[in-house]
Design a binder for this molecule. Structure first.
Ligand SMILES: Nc1ncnc2c1ncn2[C@@H]1O[C@H](COP(=O)(O)OP(=O)(O)O)[C@@H](O)[C@H]1O
Ligand SMILES: [Mg+2]
Length: 332
């Protein structure tokens, strides 16, 4: 299950994704955590030492050539890593990723993080410099995540949780359509709600499942505000948390000591994520990656690589948990 936490800066994406990740870890549910936020704080929210340990996570953005070479495998439609762009879809011969496996991508980029008595893997795009925003470097860093998601075959009770921005980059590339469930973290403010509306607007045409999650909800008035503005899309809300506060002071406590109301909200997120499996459609998922690939090829990819990137699309290929029989096998 691919889960995104999005929202405006400071709304609590990193905090809520780290709590969700902790809950999964406490239940021994296999998962990969991905930090794709502009401010790379997921590692420290998961208890890594801010400077030393988080910085030691080898960023995906720095290993793009390795990632591309591994994923394209023996796919004859992708002639070189240089012609593989962030939206290049898998086809016959491509290598796919699984949540529970060892592979060269995880070997190169994943960090093992001890959490709630188990171990999880953490991937990170790498820090964004001010000068990265809006230019190729930023795209390629987040692009590594998109490539991985497009090559991932994940099953029902295993998770990828991505802490990411709600920026326009994810709309241009198609990244925002890569998730079974998108949790939009919104504070009870006009800005928080505006980000929700904008995201919802983009998502509508693509069948993207978005649920708003209120955060830093202090009062009945806050709750009323969110209910009025967001309506039925408001899944649940988190209050101001002393547990989160003490984390921030460098005094971590076990998840079981999180405030009851916030534990309950976490339970609701988990249930909603599980329920999203019913809406999963690998055909649509594959069609959308092709759609965005063709769009990106035309708008910049063909010009940048000097190749016709539409030719990378394998028309017979559908990403799927259970490999679908090839037409030859069906007729024979
Ligand atoms: N429910 C909460 N209770 C207490 N502090 C919170 C809560 N949610 C977020 N914060 C604090 O607000 C700040 C911004 O949260 P963060 O998760 O880093 O936001 P984002 O990742 O969206 O930029 C952090 O200092 C965080 O500890
Ligand atoms: Mg953050």
């Amino acid at each position: 299950m691919k889960i995104a936490f999005v929202g405006k800066g400071g709304s609590g994406k990193t905090t809520l994704s780290s709590l969700f990740i902790r809950r999964l870890a406490a239940h021994r549910i296999p998962l990969i955590a991905v930090d794709a936020d502009i401010n790379q704080h997921l590692g420290s929210a998961l208890g890594l030492d801010e400077d030393a340990e988080s910085a030691a996570v080898p960023p995906l953005g720095a290993r793009l050539p390795l990632i591309k070479d591994y994923l394209r495998g023996a796919n004859p439609r992708i002639t070189s890593a240089a012609t593989m762009i962030k939206t290049t879809p898998p086809g016959e011969g491509s290598r796919l990723l699984r949540i529970c496996e060892d592979n060269p991508v995880y070997d190169a980029c994943a960090r093992t993080v001890p959490l709630e008595g188990g171990d999880i893997r953490l991937l990170a795009t790498g820090p964004f410099a001010e000068s990265d925003l809006g230019v190729a470097c930023y795209h390629s860093k987040v692009g590594a995540v998109e490539l991985c998601l497009n090559h991932l075959v994940d099953g029902r009770r295993e998770f990828v949780v991505v802490d990411m921005t709600a920026g326009s980059d994810s709309f241009a590339s198609g990244m925002f359509t890569r998730f079974d469930m998108t949790f939009l973290v919104a504070e009870p403010t006009r800005k928080g709600v505006a980000v929700y509306r904008q995201y919802k607007e983009y998502a509508r045409d693509f069948g993207v499942l978005v649920k708003a999650v209120g955060n830093k909800v202090h009062s009945p008035e806050d709750l009323r505000f969110l209910r009025e503005e967001v309506g039925d899309d408001l899944l649940t809300t988190f209050g101001q948390s002393d547990w989160v506060r003490s984390m921030e002071k460098g005094r971590p406590r076990p998840l079981s000591e999180l405030e009851n109301a916030n534990l309950l909200a976490l339970h609701t997120l988990h249930e909603a994520a599980d329920a999203a499996y019913a809406g999963r459609d690998w055909n649509r998922y594959t069609q959308q990656m092709v759609h965005f690939h063709l769009r990106n090829a035309e708008s910049w990819g063909n010009a940048k690589t000097g190749a016709d990137l539409a030719a990378q699309v394998d028309p017979g290929f559908v990403l799927s948990e259970a490999p679908t029989p090839q037409p030859a096998e069906l007729s024979g």
